[in-house]
Design a protein around this ligand. Structure first.
Ligand SMILES: [Cu+2]
Length: 576
C-alpha cells in the first residue's frame, strides 16, 4: 500500500542488512539474540558439568559424589538443563523469529532487556540456593514437590524467571504485529516464525501454570500460608513442567524445518498440513501433562486415560505429521538436486559433513525412535505402572530433550554464529565431529538408563547397593553393572560433545575471523529447484518414497516395542 512506504522510511533505528539473506537486522534485536544465546550456552555448560558428575556417581564402580552433592546436583542439573539452557535459547529464537526473519524491528527494546535481566536474576537466585543453600532446601529436585520445602529465594527466583520469559513471549507477539503493521512482513508468516508462534502460545499458558504453582509455594516458604496441597501442587506443577517440554518440542520442530531449508534447500512438502500440525500441538498437547500424575491418588482412572490417551493421540498425530514432512522435505530437495536414484541415494548423498545437517538428522532419529516411542509407552496408564520412578523415565527424556531438542539447538547454532555473530567457526573439523559424538553418547546413555529402569533401578537414587541399610539389598548384578558402565561412558562421551561445542563456540567468538560477505562454513544451500513439471502425474504420488520406507520401518518398530511392553505387563502378576 502506498501509505506504508514512507512510514517505513522515516524509521532511523540502527540496523544492518544481512549480506547473505538480504534480511534487515535490528541492532537491539541482534544484541538480544546474542545475549540470550550466550547465556543459554553458559548454563548448558554448567548443567553438563553437573551431568558428568552425576553419571559417574550412578556408575557404582566409580560412585564419585557423596549423597549430599549427588542430590544437590540432581536438582541443579535438572533445572539448568530443562529450564535455563533451553528457555534462554528459546528466547533468542523468539526474538530472532519475530524480528530478523520478518526483517522487522524489536518493539520496546528496553522492556526486552528488562525481561532478560529478570530471567538472569531469577536464574542466579535459584542456582545460588541449590549450590550454596542448606542441604534440605537445596535438594528439592527439579520438581520441588511439597512437603519438601526450599528457600524462599528459590521460589522467588523461579517466579522472576517466569515473569521475564512471559514478557519475552508477549513481546514476540507484539513484534509480529509490528512487522505486519509496518508492512515488513506480508502474506502468510514463514513456517519457522509460525512454529515459534505456536511455541510462544504454549509458553504463555505454561508460564501462567508456573505462577499458579510457585506463588503459593513461595508464600508457604515465607510462612504466610500454612500448607500447600501436594496433590494440587503436582497437578499445576505439571501444567508448567510438561508443556514447557512442548514449547521445546515446537521450537525444535520449527528449527528442523529451518535447518532443512538452510542445509539442503528443503521446503515443507505441504505447508498447510505442517501448520495444522502445529495448531494440534497448541490445542491438545497440554492435556498430556496428566501422564505425570498417572499413579497419584485423587484423579479418576477415566480422567487419566482420557487425558493421556484420547486427547494425547491428537498431539502424537501432529508429531507423526512433522516426522513425515521434515525428512520428506529433505528427500524432495535432494532428488531435485540430482540425487534421485533408488530409494536412498538422497540420504547417502546428504551433506553429512555439515554439522547443522547431521545435528538435525540425528536429533530427528533419536527423538523419534527413542524419545517418541518411549514417551507414548510411558504415557499409557497401564504400562506406566512398570516404569514409574525408574531410570526408564530419565532414559526417555534424555532422548527427547537432550538427544532431540539440545542437539537441534546445537545444529542451529552452527548457523547462528556466522550469520548473527558474524564469526567464522574457529574449527570446522571439531564442528563436523561434534554432533556425532554428542548423539552417540546420549544414545548410549539413554538406552543404558532405559535398561536399568527395566531392571527396576530407581531414578534420583544415590546408592543402588543400599550400603549400610538395616535390611541387606542390592540391585547390582552383572547386567546392571554393564548397563551402568554404559550410562557412565555414554555420559562421558556426551559431555565431551558439549565441551567441544562450547569450547569451539567460545574460541570462535574470541578468535574467529570476522565474516566478510558470505560465511564459509557451514554452507548455505540454495533453495532446491522447482519440480520438473514434465513428469506428469508426479504430484499424485507422494514425492518422497524413501521416507515412506523409513516411516513404515518406524511404525513396525513402534508397534513391536509397544506390544513388548504390554506383554511384559501381562507377566507382572502370575494369574492362573
Ligand atoms: Cu511430561
Amino acid at each position: 500500500m502506498a501509505i506504508e512506504a514512507p512510514a517505513r522510511e522515516t524509521k532511523t533505528r540502527p540496523s544492518r542488512v544481512c549480506q547473505v539473506t538480504g534480511l534487515t537486522l535490528d541492532r537491539s534485536a541482534e544484541t538480544l539474540v546474542k545475549l540470550n544465546a550466550v547465556t543459554a550456552v553458559v548454563f548448558l555448560l554448567l548443567g553438563a558439568i553437573a551431568a558428568i558428575l552425576l553419571g559417574l556417581t550412578r556408575w557404582q564402580a566409580v560412585h564419585l559424589l557423596d549423597a549430599n552433592w549427588y542430590y544437590r546436583l540432581v536438582t541443579f542439573h535438572g533445572i539448568n538443563m530443562l529450564v535455563f539452557w533451553i528457555v534462554f535459547f528459546e528466547m533468542a529464537g523468539l526474538v530472532f523469529a519475530s524480528t530478523v526473519v520478518l526483517s522487522s524491528r524489536q518493539v520496546l527494546p528496553k522492556l526486552a532487556y528488562a525481561a532478560y535481566a529478570l530471567m538472569l536474576a531469577g536464574t542466579l537466585l535459584v542456582n545460588g540456593v541449590v549450590l550454596f543453600g542448606p542441604f534440605d532446601q537445596a535438594s528439592v529436585m527439579f520438581t520441588a514437590y511439597p512437603p519438601l520445602k526450599s528457600h524462599p529465594l528459590f521460589y522467588l527466583g523461579l517466579i522472576l524467571f517466569a515473569v521475564g520469559a512471559l514478557l519475552v513471549c508477549l513481546l514476540f507477539f507484539l513484534n509480529v504485529v509490528e512487522a505486519r503493521r509496518s508492512g515488513a512482513s506480508t502474506g502468510p508468516l514463514p513456517l519457522f516464525t509460525y512454529g515459534l508462534g505456536a511455541a510462544a502460545t504454549i509458553a504463555v499458558f505454561t508460564l501462567v501454570h508456573g505462577a499458579i504453582t510457585m506463588i503459593p509455594a513461595f508464600l508457604w516458604s515465607v510462612g504466610l500460608i500454612d500448607a500447600v496441597d501436594p496433590a494440587v501442587y503436582r497437578l499445576t506443577f505439571w501444567g508448567f513442567g510438561h508443556p514447557a517440554q512442548q514449547v521445546n518440542l515446537c521450537a525444535m520442530v520449527a528449527i528442523w524445518y529451518l535447518l532443512s531449508t538452510l542445509t539442503v534447500g528443503g521446503k515443507a512438502v505441504n505447508e498447510k498440513v505442517s501448520r495444522t500440525a502445529f495448531l494440534l500441538y497448541v490445542l491438545f498437547i497440554n492435556l498430556g501433562s496428566a501422564h505425570h500424575v498417572l499413579v497419584d491418588p485423587g484423579f479418576s482412572g477415566a480422567w487419566k486415560i482420557f487425558n493421556t490417551s484420547y486427547a494425547m493421540s491428537r498431539a502424537v498425530f501432529a508429531s507423526l505429521v512433522h516426522a513425515l514432512s521434515i525428512p520428506a522435505s529433505v528427500e524432495v530437495a535432494q532428488r531435485r538436486s540430482g540425487f534421485g536414484a533408488g530409494f536412498f541415494q538422497w540420504l547417502r548423498k546428504a551433506p553429512w559433513k555439515n554439522p547443522a545437517f547431521s545435528a538435525m538428522a540425528l536429533s530427528l532419529a533419536i527423538f523419534g525412535f527413542l524419545g517418541g516411542v518411549s514417551g507414548v509407552i510411558i504415557g499409557t496408564e497401564q504400562v506406566n505402572l512398570r516404569v514409574h520412578n525408574t531410570l526408564r523415565v530419565p532414559g526417555h527424556f534424555h532422548s527427547t530433550v537432550v538427544g532431540g531438542t539440545t542437539l537441534a539447538f546445537m545444529g542451529l547454532t552452527y548457523y547462528v554464529i556466522p550469520l548473527v555473530f558474524r564469526r567464522e567457526w574457529w574449527s570446522a573439523r571439531l564442528a563436523r565431529v561434534q554432533p556425532w559424538l554428542f548423539a552417540a553418547g546420549i544414545t548410549v546413555l539413554s538406552i543404558s538408563m532405559t535398561g536399568l529402569g527395566a531392571l527396576g533401578h530407581p531414578r534420583r537414587h544415590w546408592d543402588v547397593t543400599f550400603a549400610g541399610s538395616v535390611l541387606p539389598a542390592t540391585l547390582l548384578d552383572s547386567t546392571a553393572r554393564a548397563l551402568q558402565a554404559g550410562l557412565g561412558i555414554g555420559g562421558v562421551v556426551a559431555f565431551l560433545g558439549v565441551l567441544i561445542f562450547a569450547a569451539n563456540a567460545v574460541a570462535t567468538l574470541l578468535l574467529g575471523k570476522r565474516v566478510e560477505g558470505r560465511p564459509a562454513f557451514p554452507p548455505i544451500a540454495p533453495l532446491a529447484p522447482a519440480a520438473d513439471t514434465a513428469a506428469a502425474g508426479e504430484h499424485r504420488r507422494f514425492p518422497a518414497p524413501g521416507v515412506l520406507v523409513l516411516v513404515v520401518l518406524f511404525l513396525v518398530f513402534f508397534i513391536a516395542v509397544y506390544a513388548a511392553n504390554w506383554f511384559a505387563l501381562s507377566k507382572a502378576w502370575g494369574i492362573g
